[in-house]
Ligand binder design. Sequence first.
Ligand SMILES: NC(=O)c1ccc[n+]([C@@H]2O[C@H](COP(=O)([O-])OP(=O)(O)OC[C@H]3O[C@@H](n4cnc5c(N)ncnc54)[C@H](O)[C@@H]3O)[C@@H](O)[C@H]2O)c1
Length: 263
Amino acid sequence: MSYLNLPPLDFASQRLKDKVIFVTGASSGIGAAAVRLFAREGAQVVAAARRRQKLEALSRELEQQGFSVACVECDVRGEASVSEAIDFTVARYGRLDGAFNNAGVHAPRLPIHEARVEDLDAVLTTNLRGVFLCLKHETAAMLKSGGGAIVNTSSIAGLIGAPGNSMYAASKWGLSALTRCVALDYARSGIRVNAIAPGPTRSEMFDDWQTTEDDRARLADKFPMNYIAHPDDMARAALFLLSDEARWTTGITLPCEGGRSVA
Ligand SMILES: NC(=O)c1ccc[n+]([C@@H]2O[C@H](COP(=O)([O-])OP(=O)(O)OC[C@H]3O[C@@H](n4cnc5c(N)ncnc54)[C@H](O)[C@@H]3O)[C@@H](O)[C@H]2O)c1
């Protein structure tokens, strides 16, 4: 059986009813799918990204469906930008209940002797330092409002090794360490911190990397379930970890990769 091109699931149950949820990298891919899903699940969503026009288009789309989504420009590489985006969220809704730290970039796939230090710095600055900054300001806001839940986006590359992927993988393995340690920092303060680890998922990043349908089918075949995920699949994993259904779960990185890391 091939799972290629399955349509997204469609069910709703208001699992984030009235929760204020901040989402980074919200202008495309997994982040945009999360904004759509979290709004349908009853959240007050603050969609944060660098590309204002894309954010506004997403907000208009959801408004037409009867949902209101607030947009804020945020570049996770800058501490001022992150802290202003969290301040915007708290000023608008009075508190912060949840965050999906999802913004990320990939790095050139090269053996390390051919790798450029600038590319390492770039991927660590966004994928690791960016999430560090988000966690720092989100936990500060959540401590004031009595707790919350945070989900970071790691990767299959943060669960298993792969040739040529040292720079991106280092950022995502680091993210799992950050997730574990910060989860323990706040385990007694009502703040849960987890991560999801997507396998290949159709998005702008994925399209840059796997450009033809033949390449995509070949890649899918390397995964036990022979599937390239829909961004909504990842949003649903984040939804579970953000919701009260996961109230006893903290510090984990949840594999969402069709069985690849257990094969
Ligand atoms: N698509 C995949 O196959 C895959 C697999 C594993 C993990 N991931 C991870 O999923 C996350 C989302 O990626 P995606 O697949 O939806 O791709 P995407 O390229 O569609 O989304 C990434 C988003 O992050 C944003 N972003 C990048 N740098 C930023 C910055 N400095 N500040 C704010 N926003 C920034 C981009 O503009 C984009 O909207 C990333 O962390 C990525 O590493 C993706």
